[in-house]
Design a protein around this ligand. Structure first.
Ligand code: G3I
Length: 374
C-alpha cells in the first residue's frame, strides 16, 4: 500500500508544480518567448530606487529595456566635453545583471540636443566639418563607453518628416543629407558588434514609410551597416489602421532588416489628430474636456483599448521572427509620457499595466492572442 501511494503523491506533486509553472508563464516575456523580445522604457525613479516595485516587475515581465531619456544627448553629454554616464550606467548594469537586451536611445536626434552642439564657442553655426567631428566624438565616446555591454543602438532618430522628405533639422542644414550615412558609419566604427537601427514615429504611414525605405536602401547601397527599422508605435484608439502596420512590417522586412516596435502605447484620451505622432515641439493647452477620465477609465473605453491591443498583437504575431522586439514606452500607465503630451496634466491609460502595476484586460487579451497562434 505504502509503495503505491508514493508514486501517486509524486505525480500529484509534479502536476501541481507544472500547473503553478504554467501560471507563472503568464508573464509577457515567457508568453512571447518564441515570438519576439518584449521590452519597456525605463526611467530614473525605477532604476535609482524611489519606486521599489519597479525593478522586480521589470525583470518579471520583460527581457529588453530602453532608457527613456538617460542616453539622450542633453542628458549624457550636457556640456561640451563633459559626459554624465551615471544614470545610464545604472540602467546598463541593472540590465546586464538580469540578462535584459539593451537598446541605446539615441545617438543622433534633432530634439533634446543642446544648442551648443551646433555652435562654435562664439555662438556661430559650426561648419559641416566641425559638426561631423562633434557627431563622431559623441558617437565614439558614448558607444565605446558601452562597448560589449549595449547590444543595439537607435543611431538616428526621427530624421524623416511626415511628407517623406528629410526633416529640416540642424543636422541636415549644416551637414547635408549624408548626416544619416555618417552617423551609421561612425557608429559601426565605434562598435562593430553593435546592431544599428533607424527609429521613427508615423513611419507606418505610406509617405513616411517610403522616406525611411529610401534611407535604408541608401545606407545599404553605400555598404553601410543598418540592422533594423524601429516603428515607434505612438498610436491611438482610432488610428492608424493596423493594416498599414502590417504592410510596413512586410515592406521593411523585404529590405532585409529587422523590424521593431520600439515605443509603443495606445492613447485613450481625446486628442486632436494634428497632434498624433510624437512631434514634441507641438503642444495644446489643457482643458478639462480633454481630460475626461481622471477618476477611472470607463468600461466602454477599456474594452476599446483591449480590442485594439488584441488586434495589434494579432498583426505583430503574424510577423513573428520578422518583428524582433516589441517595446512599451513606459512601465505602467502612471509612467507614460502620454499623461503630459501633447496636453500636459492629463490622466491617460495607454499601457498594459495600471498605476498599481495591475494587469489590465488588454494584458490578458494580448496573451490570449499569443495562445491562439500557438
Ligand atoms: O526630469 C525633469 C524633472 O526634473 C522636471 O521637474 C520636469 C519638469 O518639466 O521635467 C523632467 O524632465 C522631463 C522628462 O521627460 C522626464 O519626465 C522633460 O521635461 C520632458 O521633456 C521629457 O520628455 C521626454 C521626451 O521624450 C523628450 O525627451 C519623455 O519622457 C520621453 O518619453 C519622450 O520620448 C520620445 C522618444 O525619446 C523619441 N520618440 C518620441 C518619444 C515621445 O516624445
Amino acid at each position: 500500500m505504502k509503495k503505491s501511494t508514493l508514486p501517486a503523491a509524486l505525480i500529484f506533486f509534479a502536476l501541481l508544480v507544472i500547473s503553478c509553472k504554467d501560471k507563472n508563464a503568464t508573464v509577457l516575456k515567457d508568453v512571447f518567448a518564441d515570438d519576439f523580445l518584449i521590452g519597456t522604457a525605463v526611467n530614473t525613479q525605477q532604476i535609482l530606487g524611489s519606486d521599489k516595485e519597479a525593478k522586480p516587475f521589470i525583470i518579471k515581465q520583460f527581457n529588453a529595456i530602453t532608457p527613456e531619456n538617460a542616453m539622450k544627448w542633453e542628458r549624457i553629454h550636457p556640456i561640451p566635453g563633459t559626459y554624465d554616464f551615471a544614470l545610464a550606467d545604472s540602467i546598463v548594469s541593472f540590465a546586464i545583471a538580469n540578462g535584459l537586451f539593451i537598446t541605446g536611445h539615441t545617438l543622433v536626434w534633432h530634439s533634446q540636443t543642446p544648442d551648443w552642439v551646433f555652435q562654435d564657442s562664439l555662438g556661430n553655426p559650426l561648419t559641416r566639418e566641425a559638426l561631423l567631428e562633434r557627431m563622431k566624438d559623441h558617437i565614439f565616446t558614448v558607444m565605446m563607453h558601452y562597448k560589449g555591454r549595449v547590444q543595439s543602438w537607435d543611431v538616428v532618430n526621427e530624421a524623416i518628416g511626415d511628407d517623406g522628405q528629410i526633416r529640416r533639422s540642424k543636422w541636415h542644414e549644416i551637414i547635408g543629407e549624408d548626416f544619416i550615412e555618417k552617423a551609421f558609419e561612425f557608429a559601426h566604427e565605434a562598435d562593430p558588434d553593435a546592431e544599428l537601427y533607424y527609429n521613427d514615429y508615423n513611419n507606418e504611414e505610406p509617405l513616411k514609410r517610403a522616406g525611411v525605405i529610401n534611407i535604408v536602401r541608401n545606407l545599404r547601397e553605400k555598404g553601410l551597416r543598418v540592422d533594423g527599422v524601429g516603428i515607434q508605435g505612438h498610436w491611438h484608439l482610432d488610428s492608424p489602421d493596423f493594416k498599414i502596420v502590417d504592410e510596413s512590417i512586410s515592406e521593411y522586412a523585404s529590405l532585409g532588416v529587422k523590424v521593431m516596435i520600439t515605443e509603443m502605447e495606445i492613447n485613450v484620451v481625446p486628442t486632436p489628430s494634428w497632434l498624433y505622432g510624437a512631434d514634441i515641439s507641438k503642444m495644446a493647452e489643457y482643458k478639462d474636456s480633454l481630460n475626461p477620465y481622471v477618476s477611472g477609465l470607463p468600461d466602454s473605453v477599456q474594452t476599446m483599448l483591449t480590442n485594439r491591443y488584441a488586434k495589434l498583437f494579432g498583426v505583430l504575431l503574424k510577423h513573428k521572427g520578422i518583428v524582433s522586439r516589441v517595446t512599451f514606452w513606459g512601465l505602467h500607465d502612471g509612467y507614460s509620457w502620454k499623461n503630459n503630451w501633447p496636453i500636459p496634466g492629463r490622466t491617460n491609460y495607454p499601457l498594459l499595466f495600471d498605476r498599481n502595476y495591475q494587469p489590465k484586460p488588454a494584458y490578458y487579451a494580448v496573451i490570449e492572442e499569443a495562445r491562439k497562434m500557438k
